[in-house]
Design a protein around this ligand. Structure first.
Ligand code: PRX
Length: 687
């Protein structure tokens, strides 16, 4: 049995990693590892899920197939891309990628259309199958949309876009909640070769306009209002504000999600009317495999959000294959990914993965606690969901509500319980497995990112027997070659190792650029460790080769599974007239995983109260970024711990935020070490 040592790296890392440190020390974790290593470990894995490789007689188990995916990626991905997708023209080369330069090309010279793959090719056999279940805000008010109906919506909407001058390669901003019209809008763009940029409908007008401007989007698709958690949200108001600041916008399609009239402006086009006047047939455009399919903005550690761009052939192949094999999806099952389409999880596992597989997918547009804490489980019972895919933050919130909210509903339909977005702590893992799943369903912790396109680490890809250990994504998916590197870029080997989580070999889901800034793409992902993709996360490899994520290694926070750059929040607060300087760090938060802790230096002449300024700062973050970007804790301070060269020593701020001031390390290099004690003293006066 392997001994569990606390990795040195973990004792240095910040924020939620303290939870992981505790986890590694818990008895139940050690017991689980002990059980694992004292039992027979090697479980042969069925390859029947992969008929493409039937003719290869030397494949007996999952490990063989995994080896094949790494050693012969051309064969592995070539066969899967051809059999799982419909190509308008076959590709001649599987990949032309160079990890030393961040060069990404998949399925060269192939031509394909995403909407044909998601809809048209299912129509003959499965036209009447339910494609979407729209789980609206009020329980019991769900709507069902068949593949045929979705096809008509998409055709009319794509024809509408064409009629109004949208052409191949144009960027279209979609500001809509999770709903059939949002899915139709995404697929309508793909039908005509336009690039969709879905902006989470919870983002502020300013965040929306920043993304519209960066993409130079001429077209916006939105709705009048939405209802979420019983509250009406005026989407159009945000869009009006955003459009006023975005001179590139030429047209705004407005869908009536709620039956209420709203004021229409000069650029506005009522979408239902335009669709009813358009043909129900729109010829799909054959796109080059490496043309941009969509872009999706995500936070980095510095500067403005990045428009991460995915191409057609690679992304679609990876979304289709991961969906099928990570969740072991069987035809006819109902897939309930509760993420919003504004995030990559929504793109890959609400829309593309399920529809590429002809599945029935749930569009969840309420909150986890509306009208009460039983909502998820009531929805599982009512819709008979087979696969549930959600975020640890939601699980932690619902766990606190008590088991009776879960047990009063029938969850016997559940077969797989997935989660994503942040480390799944031990308690939440056990609760998910034992209470929600009654120990009958696998809990699948999946690790991946906007940039990876699809799931990269996952316990059991099509491997019914493989053991699942608590609270870690464990194993690489096919084609993924994870590597841990140290600060010098040397590979950390062995089965009890910690380092920067990188990927050695190309995989089809990988992003191919940051829209409009290819240099930033290379600098961020391919320069930190030459020859590898750098994820920005740290990880620990346990005996057995199982991976556990230790958290971000950069200045990106993970708040309730949402990525936020500390710099983004600081920039906004710096604009408050009373503020001289700010510094933001993360701290461990019970529900959110990571909370936002802001240190604020006020200008000398300020006379307003701390309470008033705090309120204004929170409002500012909400109105300029999003609700979840508001600091949980604000501490006013006369100074910040800076080195003589003016660099803020964030490690000290993190320790104070974590209430862990016993060992602050060396502070002698600070310009004014006495400021540290002042910050500690002031720590009590937080707002
Ligand atoms: O830090 C990792 C965390 O979420 C980041 C990616 O965020 P985003 O691009 O918004 O995509 C989220 C959904 C795919 C990662 O860099 N993360 C994601 N999954 C996990 C995770 N952290 C720990 N465990 C996970 N399973």
């Amino acid at each position: 049995m392997a001994t569990l040592k606390l990795p040195v790296f973990l004792s240095k890392v910040r924020g939620p990693n303290a939870t992981l440190q505790k986890l590694l020390q818990t008895k139940s974790f050690k017991n689980a590892l002990h059980k694992h290593f004292s039992s027979k470990n090697a479980t042969p894995i069925s390859t029947t899920a992969f008929p493409e490789f039937d003719s290869l007689t030397n494949l007996n188990c999952h490990e063989d197939l995994y080896k094949l995916s790494l050693e012969r990626p051309e064969l592995f991905w070539g066969k899967l891309a051809r059999s799982r997708l419909k190509w308008e023209k076959d590709f001649h080369t599987v990949q032309d990628c160079d990890m030393t330069q961040g060069k990404v090309n998949w399925f060269l010279d192939g031509k394909i259309n995403a909407s044909v793959n998601c809809i048209d090719r299912h129509l003959v056999k499965y036209g009447d199958r339910i494609a979407l279940i729209w789980e609206k805000d009020e329980p019991g008010s769900q709507e069902y949309i068949t593949y045929k109906q979705l096809s008509e919506m998409v055709n009319r909407l794509s024809q509408t876009l064409l009629n109004h001058g949208v052409i191949r390669g144009d960027r279209v901003a979609i500001y809509l909640p999770c709903s059939p019209i949002a899915v139709a809008a995404m697929l309508a763009c793909t039908r005509i070769g336009a690039i969709h940029s879905v902006v989470f409908a919870g983002f502020s007008a300013e965040a929306l306009s920043g993304r519209i401007l960066d993409a130079q989007a001429e077209t916006v698709i939105t709705a009048n209002e939405e209802i979420r958690g019983g509250k009406t949200i005026n989407l159009k108001k945000h869009v009006d504000e955003a459009v006023a600041k975005s001179p590139c916008v030429k047209r705004v399609f407005v869908y009536k999600l709620i039956d209420r009239e709203i004021k229409m402006n000069k650029l506005d086009i009522p979408l239902e009317k335009a669709m009813s006047e358009s043909s129900s047939k729109c010829q799909p455009t054959a796109m080059d495999s490496n043309d941009c399919l969509f872009m999706l903005y995500t936070s980095g550690s510095t500067g403005k959000p990045k428009g991460v761009a995915h191409s057609h052939g690679g992304y679609l192949t990876y979304a289709a294959v991961t969906f099928k094999h990570v969740f072991d999806y069987n035809e006819g099952e109902i897939f309930g990914c509760l993420a919003d389409i504004g995030w990559i999880t929504g793109h890959s596992y609400v829309v593309y993965g399920p529809l590429l597989n002809g599945a029935t997918t749930v569009l969840y547009s309420s909150t986890p606690t509306y009208p009460d804490q039983g909502r998820y489980w009531e929805t599982v019972e009512r819709l008979k969901i087979n696969h549930l895919y959600t975020a640890p933050t939601a699980l932690r919130l619902l766990l606190k509500a008590g088991d009776s909210w879960v047990t009063k509903y029938d969850r016997s339909s559940l077969r797989k319980l997935g989660c994503v977005g942040e480390p799944l702590n031990h308690e939440a893992f056990e609760w998910y497995r034992d209470v929600v799943g009654e120990n009958k369903s696998d809990v699948i912790d999946t690790w991946w990112q906007t940039e990876t396109g699809g799931i990269c680490l996952t316990p059991r890809p099509s491997n019914p027997g493989a053991e699942i250990l608590p609270a870690m994504p464990m194993r690489p998916f096919f084609g993924i070659d994870p590597v841990l590197l140290d600060a010098e870029g040397k590979e950390v080997v062995g089965d009890d190792a910690t380092g920067a989580l990188c990927i050695r070999k190309p995989w089809p889901g990988m992003a191919y650029t940051i829209y409009g800034d290819h240099n930033r793409f290379i600098e961020t992902y391919y320069q930190p460790f030459k020859g590898f993709y750098f994820s920005g996360d740290g990880a620990h490899r346990h005996p057995g080769g199982y991976y556990q994520i230790t958290g971000r290694m950069d200045d990106v926070l993970n708040v309730s599974g949402h990525r936020l750059g500390t710099g983004e929040i600081e920039n906004v607060m710096d604009d408050h007239p009373a503020v001289a300087e700010t510094a933001v760090v993360g701290f461990e938060h019970d529900i959110k995983g990571e909370g936002i802790y802001a240190y604020i230096i006020l200008k000398d002449e300020v006379t307003d109260t701390f309470e008033k300024i705090s309120k204004e700062l929170r409002e500012l973050c909400k109105s300029r970024l999003a609700s979840y970007a508001q600091p949980d804790i604000i501490q006013f301070t006369p100074g910040l711990p800076k080195t003589r060269s003016g660099k803020i020593m964030r490690r000290i701020l993190r320790k104070v935020a974590a209430n862990n001031t016993d060992d602050l390390g060396d502070i002698s290099t600070l310009a004014d070490p006495s400021i540290v004690q002042e910050i500690i003293n002031n720590h009590q006066k937080i707002i």
